[in-house]
Design a protein around this ligand. Structure first.
Ligand SMILES: CC(C)(COP(=O)(O)OP(=O)(O)OC[C@H]1O[C@@H](n2cnc3c(N)ncnc32)[C@H](O)[C@@H]1OP(=O)(O)O)[C@@H](O)C(=O)NCCC(=O)NCCS
Length: 178
């Protein structure tokens, strides 16, 4: 997929997606905390819905950046996952997800995780990567994540062996200036 998108740009708000789940006994590990793999599954679902809303197409998960688990989430607690697109490239999109936990009565609200997922839109007939609309970042925060997305993309393309470190020009320039 070499052609750049000629589709009309879209705002980030248009595809924002929130998912709420309650931790049930079947979601937990033997000490009664939400199992990491189940949380990652929810993160994959909410981010894929967000990406599909932006692309208005099928999407597949291409990569997931680092996920750290900073706070245990207990059986019976409520988990809210907020996903938003940060930037679209040609066929790929970077989606940012933040995860919050709270007790059922709304107390002990805390941020549990965050991660960047990359999805690729695929054509419904050929199942090959296809163009997605560009993103219009509006707020200062959206602009910051939009700019950082190019560096994060280069890093994940190095890690997946798709580009050589010397091709990561944004990352090289960034570190020259710190
Ligand atoms: C993701 C996938 C569609 C890429 O296919 P491909 O033939 O390598 O396609 P291309 O080389 O044209 O790359 C397409 C896009 O994917 C991006 N991409 C591919 N691998 C990537 C990775 N590991 N991390 C980030 N982006 C990646 C490319 O940078 C490119 O982005 P761009 O179009 O915005 O420039 C293909 O590898 C695939 O189908 N993977 C399996 C997806 C899946 O089943 N996920 C669920 C796993 S259970």
């Amino acid at each position: 997929m070499s052609k750049s998108s000629t589709l009309a740009p879209k705002t980030i708000a248009e595809s924002k997606t929130t998912m709420t789940e309650m931790v049930m006994p079947n979601d937990t590990n033997p000490i009664g905390n939400l199992m990491g793999g189940n949380l990652m599954r929810w993160m994959d679902i909410v981010t894929s819905i967000c990406a599909a809303k932006h692309a208005k197409n099928y999407v597949v998960t291409a990569s997931v950046d680092n996920i750290s688990f900073t706070t245990p989430i207990k059986n019976g607690e409520v988990v809210t996952l907020n996903a938003q697109i940060t930037r679209a490239f040609n066929s790929s999109m970077e989606i940012f997800v933040e995860v919050f936990a709270q007790t059922l009565d709304g107390n002990n609200i805390r941020k549990s995780n965050q991660a960047y997922f990359t999805f690729v839109a695929v054509d419904r007939e050929t199942m090959k990567p296809c163009p997605v609309p560009p993103v219009i970042p509006l707020s200062e925060e959206e602009q910051k994540r939009y700019e950082g997305a190019q560096r994060r993309r280069e890093i994940r393309l190095i890690l997946s062996g798709r580009i050589e470190p010397k091709e990561a020009t944004e990352v090289i320039d960034y570190f020259k200036n710190v």
